[in-house]
Design a protein around this ligand. Structure first.
Ligand code: APR
Length: 257
């Protein structure tokens, strides 16, 4: 594989990952064919107004995703990034748009989950936090039961109601129209990084899609790994087309040996 970049221990590396890095673990991406947004509308399940309008529908979507994520494991792409962190220590920062927690499960420590995390929830009124496992534990076994028994239907939000107030627990996930987490820290690190690596993201969702150009404008060398050319491919100096689970392990091996 052609790689012109060398990484040494003095380099400050920032990595941005998206849904593509978890694809080989069996999690659907958003915008590939048969992706999540082909079968669900963003307006119905991933905005604050969707939750106000029909919180049960939103919860059906996220409960299914939560249950699926419980079944999957990190893949060689996640583990390669953990190896890179072991090599670079505090000079390594991983920013992910993913909510699946697979980087943490692979052992990565310097991770900023800018779009939140599927395993946490908070009340939309008092902001009390709670684990998704604790919320889901109260979910009725099947929708058919909910449909059959009018009393359950009447109280259909009860299972994700906050235990402290009249609010509703919602996933701790950044929806469209909300401000991502950790932006101040991310921008500070983009300004000082010497290498920016982006993997498995289509480069269409802002502000994450802007990070590549920001790092480049501040002097970083830019490297990309993606199945298809992302929207912002023009700002990538060294582009590796293919699966991150194939490409990352061999690139990281070259970088750290
Ligand atoms: N290896 C590398 N790249 C891959 C792989 C793979 N195995 N499989 C798919 N890809 C690429 C696709 O070609 C695509 O460019 O990953 C990208 C996934 O893009 P999206 O589905 O748009 O996911 P992402 O960029 O993470 O979406 C950003 O949008 O809907 C919101 O909040 C959601 O965090 C998400 C954000």
């Amino acid at each position: 594989m052609k790689t012109t970049t060398l990484i040494n221990k003095e380099d400050k590396l920032v990595v941005l990952t998206g849904a593509g890095i978890s694809a080989e673990s069996g999690i659907k991406t958003f915008r590939d064919s048969d992706g999540l947004w082909e079968n669900h509308s963003i307006e119905d399940v991933a905005t604050p107004s969707a939750f106000t309008r029909d919180p049960s529908l939103v919860w059906d979507f996220y409960a299914a995703r939560y249950n699926q994520i419980l079944e999957v494991k990190p893949n060689p792409g996640h583990y390669a990034l953990k190896q890179l962190e072991d090599h670079l220590g505090d000079n390594f920062l991983l920013i992910t748009q993913n909510i699946d927690g697979l980087h943490r499960l692979a052992g990565s420590k310097n991770v900023l989950e800018m779009h939140g995390s599927i395993d946490k929830c908070y009340c939309n009124k008092c902001e009390k936090t709670i684990s998704t496992a604790d919320v889901i534990a109260h979910r009725p076994a099947s929708n058919s039961k909910t449909e059959r028994y009018p009393s359950i239907l009447k109280n259909k939000h009860q299972w994700f109601k906050c235990s402290k107030c009249s609010g509703l627990n919602r996933p701790d996930i950044i929806w469209f129209g909300e401000i991502p987490y950790h932006l101040d820290e991310i921008i500070a690190r983009l300004r000082e990084c010497t290498i920016f690596l982006v993997a498995g993201t289509s480069g269409v969702v802002y502000p994450a899609a802007q990070f590549l150009l920001m790092a480049k404008q501040h002097g970083a060398k830019t490297i990309g790994i993606n199945l298809d050319a992302p929207m912002n491919v023009d700002f990538i100096e060294e582009f590796h087309q293919g699966k991150s689970g194939d490409i990352l392990p061999s690139l990281v091996k070259k970088w750290i040996e």
